[in-house]
Design a protein around this ligand. Structure first.
Ligand SMILES: Cc1cc2nc3c(=O)[nH]c(=O)nc-3n(C[C@H](O)[C@H](O)[C@H](O)COP(=O)(O)OP(=O)(O)OC[C@H]3O[C@@H](n4cnc5c(N)ncnc54)[C@H](O)[C@@H]3O)c2cc1C
Length: 317
């Protein structure tokens, strides 16, 4: 049976997505490797994976890629799993190339899906700034493979369950930290706290002009939601930073996410957690947002947004 190792970064959606991705490759024994996990988090992981190997946390409790590599590398080299999975997050990208190089594994980055293609491994990812989806292949490797997964890309309705064996592991005795976390900065939530909103209407560069924001603001009000946006909208100073969703903005967990004129970059969708029901309006049928959206509406937002608002208001009354 195939062995698949995953490196755990968080105990919520990220862990679940890694487990779902491992299961998407057919029958496999899954092992989660984690540095520092409270008892309840260990139990949560045990429900998802066949084995959970728990190393002590780093000296300051923060993500230290060099420390994690020092912990997990001996396992990778001795147990030689077929595949190692990480999230394509800032932390995952800090660690993945280091692990790939030190364990001599080909690395497939930012994968939307994975497929065993004997004698190698294939993945689908976007390229050319998200305009094209490409299938990429890792050549046969006796050392196994390593892949990073785009957050939010792996979902399944099938139950993700593991045998749940917990195993304690020790930290490398000779490890000397070279990194120190000086400060963790949390983006200011501002006057409007989009992180708490159940319904978000996110607007992107497709809105063209600041004056046009009125139509999406009005739609958000009709839905009883808040207005959010992509980074270019903030860069142009059309909306305040406290409304920006993404890796350099805020992380949101709404129930409904309506994306209007948003292309769906990894950096934007990286801030959308909790698997909301996602509806996307975009005039480009090849826009990457459609790969993630539950409902995709291909068309001109300037026609569709007022129409949608009218229907919602009519339905409400
Ligand atoms: C280090 C770094 C961090 C970043 N952090 C973030 C972040 O936190 N959040 C973030 O959002 N981005 C972030 N970005 C930027 C990110 O890479 C993308 O450039 C950005 O998300 C794209 O924003 P957009 O979707 O509004 O614009 P575009 O990619 O330009 O997309 C606009 C979309 O609107 C559609 N459109 C145009 N006109 C219409 C119309 N009339 N009707 C319907 N659809 C229309 C187009 O088809 C297109 O898909 C970051 C980038 C870097 C390098």
């Amino acid at each position: 049976m195939r062995e698949i190792f995953v490196i755990i970064e968080d105990f919520g959606d990220g862990a679940w997505e890694l487990a779902a991705a491992a299961r998407s490759l057919g029958e496999a024994r899954t092992t989660a490797l984690v540095c520092g996990a409270a008892e309840e988090n260990q139990q949560a992981l045990a429900k998802l994976f066949d084995r959970v190997v728990v190393f002590p946390a780093s000296a300051d409790g923060n993500w230290d890629a060099e420390y994690i590599a020092a912990c997990v590398l001996p396992r990778l080299l001795s147990e030689q799993p077929y595949l190692v999975l990480l999230l394509h997050s800032n932390n995952g990208l800090d660690l993945a190339p280091l692990l790939a190089a030190k364990s001599n594994r080909p690395m497939l980055a930012d994968c939307l899906s994975l497929e065993v293609r004997e004698p190698g491994l294939a993945a689908v990812r976007t390229t050319f700034g998200g305009k094209v989806r490409a299938r990429i292949f890792a050549k046969e490797s006796s050392a196994g493979y390593l892949a990073t997964l785009r957050p939010g890309a792996f979902t399944t309705s099938a139950p993700v369950e593991g045998a749940g064996i917990l195993e304690g592991a020790t930290a490398p005795a000779d490890y000397q930290p070279r990194r120190r976390c000086l400060q963790t900065l949390t983006p200011d939530a501002g006057a409007v706290d989009i992180t708490q909103a159940a319904i978000l209407v996110a607007v992107g560069r497709g809105i063209e002009e600041q004056e046009n924001l009125e139509i999406v603001q009005s739609l958000a009000e009709a839905l009883g939601g808040e207005l959010a946006c992509t980074r270019p909208v903030v860069d142009k100073k059309w909306l305040e930073k406290s409304r920006q969703v993404g890796t350099s903005g805020l992380t949101v967990k709404p129930k409904i996410y309506l994306a209007v004129g948003v292309s769906g970059s990894f950096q934007h969708l990286g801030g959308v957690k909790g698997k909301p029901y996602m509806i996307a309006i975009n005039q480009d049928p090849a826009a990457p947002i459609f790969a993630t959206a539950d409902v995709g509406i291909i068309g001109d937002l300037f026609e569709l947004v007022p129409l949608l608002e009218e229907k919602i208001r009519a339905h409400k009354s």
